[in-house]
Design a protein around this ligand. Structure first.
Ligand code: SF4
Length: 127
């Protein structure tokens, strides 16, 4: 029994790592496509990508992690705040500071982020 539970825990961890990597790849590609940059403080980027991955895994869609929702499932169906959200797609406005235009003081010079760094930030938040 213990080993079955341990296997399950491992497979859940594998699954969440895969989703995290998919969101990291999405964020990198989308930043390059939109000519936006990650925050000069990389832990901001890591926290947002981790939040998107958590929603993707729990809800099936990367609902924006920087907002409060009364009903997350309804918001996912509504699609407005599924990343990239409508304000980002229409006006390059990302209030999470994941995608930052170069003229913004918070913009760094990176459009890539290390997966291991995101995991470190995730693990430090969990403890
Ligand atoms: S504000 Fe929009 S683009 Fe930025 S992380 Fe949230 S959903 Fe994505």
């Amino acid at each position: 029994m213990t080993s079955i539970n341990t296997d399950k825990a491992h497979s859940n961890q594998d699954q969440s790592d895969k989703v995290l990597e998919a969101m990291k790849n999405f964020a990198e590609q989308y930043a390059k496509r939109t000519d936006t940059y990650f925050c000069s403080e990389p832990s901001v980027t890591a926290v947002v990508i981790e939040g998107l991955a958590k929603h993707k895994q729990e809800l099936g869609a990367p609902l924006c992690p920087c907002r409060h929702y009364e009903d997350k499932e309804a918001e996912v169906k509504n699609t407005f705040w599924n990343c990239p959200c409508v304000p980002m797609r229409e006006r390059k406005e990302c209030h999470c500071m994941l995608f930052i235009t170069p003229d913004n003081d918070f913009a760094g010079d990176q459009q890539d982020i290390d997966l291991e760094f995101i995991k470190e930030v995730r693990d430090s938040m969990a403890s």
